[in-house]
Design a protein around this ligand. Structure first.
Ligand code: DAK
Length: 257
């Protein structure tokens, strides 16, 4: 591994991956992304690991995909490189991933943080999708995940202007879990990881999958699912009992039938 550092047992049952291209502000070139994909796969398959932290350094989590590497590419080059398969594999990691973010989390860096399951930030962290400023738009889920996290109006403004959002605001908007002083962000991520690592790994895996299901399910599919279950409620005695009890101004007696 040239561009990431991997410590499978940084703390008991908690692995740490550090993005390590400091001079380039951890710009995500193809090799780094490939290494990250392979490391996550290995940690996902390692029974001793129950939670994973991805971090950068104090100045930058990652300042985006490597613009220098992308600059000369044509649409067909991009298609042939097929970076999406790498991102998709990262997204499919079953174990919980915490992004510990300090400094810049921009473009692909912001998208990588959002691909993780939780984000702990230092007070210097800056989130942004500035691709518009270089004539493109987010390509690794930014328009979708940011919108779901902070709502249409705020996401639209960030994506259309490239404006950065500081950590404190990102916490208020629900983009991140919490913001802590810069000297504590990694400790805080480890604390959260340790708490998760105490739980049943089976339940954690299933719970992560379920939360993601709600997050990833398209609205139409979600509504369809909800409607089917809504109708199913009307096949239960509990529905009749509950509604009758309301009409009769008494407490319902539910029997689970
Ligand atoms: N790519 C390459 N190099 C970068 C970089 C980047 N994204 N960001 C910074 N660097 C390099 C700088 O060029 C500089 O290198 P040298 O000149 O020293 O050789 C070094 O890092 C230090 O940066 P600065 O000198 O610029 O530092 P400042 O503190 O002055 O400014 C900055 C920091 C973060 C504000 C600035 O560097 C900046 O604006 N960087 C670019 C931010 C950006 O536009 N990010 C979005 C990139 S586009 C996809 C998946 C993902 C993506 C697309 C498709 N698929 C799956 C298909 C993602 C796209 C993007 O992220």
């Amino acid at each position: 591994m040239e561009f990431i550092l991997v410590t499978p047992q940084a703390q008991p049952h908690v692995a740490l991956i550090q993005l390590n291209r400091p001079k380039e502000l951890n710009a995500l070139n193809l090799q780094l992304m490939g290494e990250l994909r392979d490391a996550l796969k290995e940690l996902d398959d390692n029974d001793e690991v129950r939670a994973i932290i991805i971090t950068g350094n104090e100045r930058a989590f990652a300042a985006g995909a490597d613009i220098k590497q992308m600059a000369g590419k044509t649409a067909i080059d991009m298609l042939n490189i097929d970076q999406f398969s790498t991102w998709d594999q990262i997204r499919k990691t079953k174990k919980p991933i915490i992004a510990a973010v300090s400094g810049f989390a921009l473009g692909g860096g912001c998208e990588l943080a959002m691909t993780c399951d939780m984000i702990i930030a230092s007070e210097t962290a800056m989130f942004g999708q500035p691709e518009i400023k270089i004539g493109v738009m987010p390509g690794a889920g930014g328009t979708q995940r940011l919108t779901k996290a902070i709502g249409k109006a705020k996401a639209m403004e960030m994506v259309l202007t490239g404006k950065f959002m500081p950590a404190e605001e990102a916490e208020k908007q629900g983009l991140i879990n919490r913001v802590v002083p810069v000297e504590l962000y990694l400790d805080e991520a480890f604390k959260l990881a340790a708490e998760i690592a105490k739980m049943s790994p089976v339940a954690i895996k299933l719970a992560k999958e379920s939360v993601n299901r709600s997050f990833e399910t398209q609205l139409d599919e979600g509504l369809h699912f909800e409607r089917k279950n809504f109708y199913l409620c009307f096949a239960s005695e509990d529905q009749t009992e509950g509604m009758n009890a309301f009409v009769e101004k008494r407490a319902p007696e539910f029997k689970g039938r």
